[in-house]
Design a binder for this molecule. Structure first.
Ligand SMILES: [Zn+2]
Length: 214
């Protein structure tokens, strides 16, 4: 298999050692002088643009890169170098938050693939709205009567629904590389759907579940 175009072998212009990420050299600490926002989140981490990523490896890279690009406050770096460190740090943090979260990652991959955005397409599967209304009613009733067992039961069901949506999101995000428009639209629908489950889960008070009378 040939190397994808997005990951050419990189060498540091200062020390000529290979670089894991285009933004900083972990050998000599040289920082990229490109604008911090000129890299996409995958490029920043020097990883392939795929849905499936190893969270532990990502975290490890995040820590290493953070250490390399962190502005050295003690050395009194020149202003420009310091501001580049801060810009790269901010971009790295943003990219990390995006890639480590499965939904944010799928949303990001969809945007890289050309959308649609949530503002452009709010469709959800036809049966969803009826289900959401039913759950909302159950939650309201259970909260009104202080029925923590009922709340727990609804919560379990909602977690199951969310899990189903997340599984579907993963499948569709893996299929993005086919470039199929229907695939992108279905992914948009599932990303819209998971927001409904999250909103309903937010309506279940954690204290209501903890304070069960024995
Ligand atoms: Zn270097």
């Amino acid at each position: 298999m040939s190397e994808p175009a997005s990951t050419p072998p990189l060498r540091c212009t200062e020390c000529e050692n290979p670089m894991d990420s285009p933004i900083a050299c972990s050998t000599c600490g040289a920082l990229s002088q490109m604008p911090a926002d000129s890299f996409d989140s995958y490029e920043l981490f020097g990883i392939k643009r795929e849905y499936d990523i190893d969270p532990r490896a990502l975290h490890h890279k995040y820590l290493c890169l953070s250490r390399v690009i962190h502005p050295d406050l003690a050395s009194g770096e020149a202003g420009q170098q310091r501001s580049q460190s801060l810009n790269l740090s901010a971009e790295l943090n943003r990219a990390y938050d995006t890639l480590r979260d499965p939904v944010a990652r799928a949303e990001y991959m969809l945007s890289l693939a050309g959308g649609p955005k949530s503002s452009e397409n709010k469709t959800v599967p036809q049966e969803l709205l009826g289900q959401v209304l039913g759950f909302r009613e159950e939650i309201e009733d259970a909260r009104a009567s202080g029925d923590t067992a009922a709340l727990q039961a609804v919560q379990q069901q909602l977690l199951g629904r969310r899990e189903t949506a997340l599984t579907r999101i993963a499948e569709l995000a893996r299929g993005l590389e086919t470039g199929d428009l229907q695939n992108r639209i279905r992914l948009r629908e599932q990303l819209n759907t998971v927001k409904y489950w999250n909103n309903l889960l937010d309506q279940i008070p954690p204290t209501g579940l903890a304070g069960r009378r024995g």
